[in-house]
Design a protein around this ligand. Structure first.
Ligand code: MN
Length: 246
């Protein structure tokens, strides 16, 4: 059985201690196994309190992050790459401290609209930081999963095929791919091919949500094809619901 998770921002708008605790109690009551914690402000996260709160409600934490313009490791600007590297290593520390073994999201580049394709130097900067981060992650039993997002949010990987190219370019690491039906709807031909292209060995995290991020069942994502494909590859990892619509 896959563990079923939910993104914290489905219920709350910040990651203050009180909000997290309230959210965890609700998530536990509904019956989820996992709650994904987005690192909106890693410095402010009270990992002592948060790790205890997760334990109290018997919920497994996963951690996610999206880089910004200022911390874009896929930039050609070495200052931004350096800031991004520092933020990612801090995020990994927070992941370890909250007791999670999963760091996912748009950690390969800035989550932003780009007005140009990726550049060779920017791409190599991203690979270099993720390679170093992966070493530390592996030593601490944390799996990094890179989220494939649509063209309006990154120019580094928009499809499963591009994600596998990136994974191959990384070389020998345990870095995995993070797929999301919202983004697949925009960029892929269907839901089965990308899942099969990544396969069991490299699929590290899966987000499901509607094409408009809203109420499940009110949109047009083909969940039957999605879950059938996850079953076909024997995906045994976490499946997390992500919605930003109250
Ligand atoms: Mn997602």
């Amino acid at each position: 059985m896959n563990k079923i998770g939910v993104h914290a921002l489905t219920f709350i708008g910040d990651i203050e201690n009180q909000s997290i605790e309230k959210c965890l109690s609700q998530v536990a009551k509904i019956g989820y196994d996992v709650m994904e914690l987005p690192l909106l402000n890693p410095d402010a996260l009270d990992t002592r309190f948060v790790s205890k709160a997760y334990e109290k409600f018997n919920i497994e934490p996963t951690v996610s992050l999206g880089l910004s313009y200022k911390t874009d490791i896929a930039s050609e600007d070495q200052d931004r790459v350096k800031l991004g590297r520092e933020l990612l290593f801090k995020a990994l520390e927070k992941t370890i401290d909250v007791g999670s073994s999963n760091l996912c999201g748009v950690i390969h580049s800035a989550l932003q609209k780009n007005d140009a394709p990726k550049t060779k130097l920017g791409y190599e900067n991203s690979l270099s930081v993720i390679r170093d981060l992966a070493k530390k992650a592996e030593q601490n039993n944390v799996t990094l999963s890179l989220e494939v997002v649509n063209r309006y949010e990154t120019n580094i990987m928009n499809t499963a095929e591009e994600a596998m190219d990136y994974i191959n370019d990384l070389g020998d690491t345990n870095v995995k791919v993070h797929l999301d039906t919202y983004h697949m709807n925009i960029e892929e031909n269907n839901y089965s091919e990308p899942i099969k292209k990544i396969g069991k060995d490299k699929l590290g995290m899966f987000h499901f949500g509607e094409n408009h991020r809203g109420y499940l069942g009110s949109g047009h994502i083909n969940f039957e094809e999605t879950f059938k494909s996850l079953k076909e590859i024997n995906y045994s990892g976490i499946i997390t619901f992500e919605s930003f619509s109250s």
